[in-house]
Design a protein around this ligand. Structure first.
Ligand SMILES: [Zn+2]
Ligand SMILES: [Zn+2]
Length: 343
C-alpha cells in the first residue's frame, strides 16, 4: 500500500501539464478531538491519493488543517468523501480566488502536535469558547464603528503586501508574539471596545479569539473564513471591498491579488512593488519583496554576499554550506540588514 509520495515535484509538474485539467486550490480546517491521528492520517492519504489531491495537511489530536489542490472534475467526489467523515461533514472549504494548477506538487499529510504552531499551552484556557463569527457584510459594518479595534493576526511579511484599511498590523514573526503585543496594547479596552480580528483563512482567529476571551476581553469578533472567504462574499454580494492589496497564501502562488492597490515597496530599491521572492542563494532563501529591476541586477539574491555565493559553481556552494546549521537560515522570513527598504 502506498502511503507516501513516489513522484518528485518536477515529475508531478509534468504530469499536471500533460493531464491539462483544471485544479482547484482549497483550504479548510476543523478543530476536533481525533483519537488516533496516525490512523486518521493514513486513511486520508489513501483516499486523497486516489482522488489526485495534492498539498500540505496537518493532522493532530486537536483537528485538521489542510491546504490542498483537487482536480476540478473530482471536486464533488472529494466533497462526498469529506462528508463520510463525521466531523468534516459540511466543513467550509475556502476556494482560492486565483487558481494555479501547480499550487501544490506533492501530497503531504503530517501528524503534528498541533494543527497550527501557536506556542500556546492549551490547558490554560478553553479553546472552544471562541469569539463571534462575522460574515463579510457584518464585518464591514462593525469595523466602520468608532469603538472597534481591528487587528491583523498574521505576521509582518503577510500584512505588508495587503491588509484591511485601518487595521493594526503587528510587526511580528510568529502568532505567539502577536498575541502578547496586542494584549499589552489593548489592555485598557478589554470591556469598552469591540476587538475584531482576521487572518488568512480564519484558523488563527479561532485560537486567538478564545485566548482573548480567556484574558478578559468582553467583545471579541472574528472574520469567518478569513480574507479568502471575505473576498468571495464581497464578490458574490457586491459589497464594498475594504481589503487593500494582496492576500499572502502558503502555496507556490505566494499571494493572490484582492485589490489593485500596491501598498508595499521593493526591499532593495524602495520602488512600489508587492512581489515576494526567495533569495536564490540556497543557504539563505530569505523571503523578501523584490522588483523586476532588482531581480535582474541582483541575480535573484537578497544581498551582494548572497549574489557572490549564488554565482559560484554548484560544487563550491555545496562546500560552503557543509556543516552549517541550515535550519536557522532557510525559510527565515523577511528580516535582513541588507534590505534597506524593509520597514
Ligand atoms: Zn527594487
Ligand atoms: Zn540571501
Amino acid at each position: 500500500m502506498q502511503l507516501y509520495n513516489k513522484l518528485s515535484a518536477d515529475e508531478r509538474a509534468k504530469l499536471i501539464d500533460q493531464a491539462g485539467e483544471k485544479r482547484l486550490t482549497i483550504s479548510f480546517y476543523q478543530y476536533h478531538h481525533i483519537g488516533n491521528p496516525h490512523i486518521f492520517r493514513d486513511t486520508l492519504f489513501i483516499a486523497w491519493n486516489d482522488l489526485d489531491v495534492l498539498g500540505r495537511t496537518y493532522v493532530s489530536d486537536e483537528g485538521i488543517n489542510a491546504q490542498i489542490s483537487v482536480p476540478a472534475t473530482k471536486f464533488n467526489a472529494f466533497k462526498t468523501h469529506l462528508d463520510t467523515i463525521l466531523f468534516l461533514e459540511g466543513v467550509r472549504l475556502n476556494i482560492a480566488i486565483e487558481q494555479d494548477n501547480k499550487s501544490f506538487l506533492k501530497l503531504k499529510i503530517k501528524v503534528r502536535k498541533k494543527i497550527v504552531a501557536d506556542g500556546l499551552n492549551d490547558e490554560t484556557f478553553d479553546v472552544t469558547d471562541i469569539g463571534i463569527h462575522l460574515k463579510a457584510k457584518e464585518f464591514n459594518e462593525l469595523i466602520a464603528k468608532e469603538n472597534t479595534i481591528l487587528v491583523d493576526m498574521r505576521n509582518h511579511y503577510e500584512s505588508e503586501i495587503g491588509h484591511f484599511e485601518g487595521a493594526i498590523t503587528p510587526d511580528v514573526d510568529t502568532f505567539r508574539d502577536s498575541l502578547d503585543i496586542i494584549e499589552e496594547d489593548l489592555k485598557e479596552h478589554k470591556e469598552d471596545k469591540n476587538l475584531v480580528m482576521y487572518c488568512t483563512g480564519g484558523i488563527r482567529c479561532e485560537k486567538a479569539s478564545a485566548y482573548y476571551k480567556h484574558k478578559g476581553f468582553k467583545n471579541v469578533f472574528q472574520l469567518e473564513g478569513g480574507i479568502i472567504e471575505y473576498v468571495r462574499q464581497v464578490k458574490e454580494e457586491e459589497l464594498e471591498n475594504k481589503f487593500k492589496g494582496k492576500n499572502f497564501v502558503f502555496d507556490e502562488r505566494r499571494s493572490e491579488r484582492v485589490s489593485d492597490d500596491v501598498i508595499s515597496v521593493c526591499h532593495q530599491c524602495g520602488e512600489t512593488c508587492d512581489e515576494h521572492a526567495n533569495c536564490a542563494n540556497q543557504a539563505c532563501h530569505l523571503l523578501f519583496i523584490q522588483c523586476e529591476t532588482c531581480q535582474t541586477k541582483m541575480n535573484d539574491c537578497c544581498s551582494n554576499e548572497c549574489k557572490d555565493i549564488h554565482e559560484l559553481p554548484e560544487d563550491a556552494q555545496k562546500e560552503l554550506r557543509k556543516g552549517k546549521n541550515k535550519s536557522n537560515k532557510i525559510f527565515k522570513k523577511g528580516r535582513s540588514e541588507a534590505l534597506k527598504f524593509k520597514i
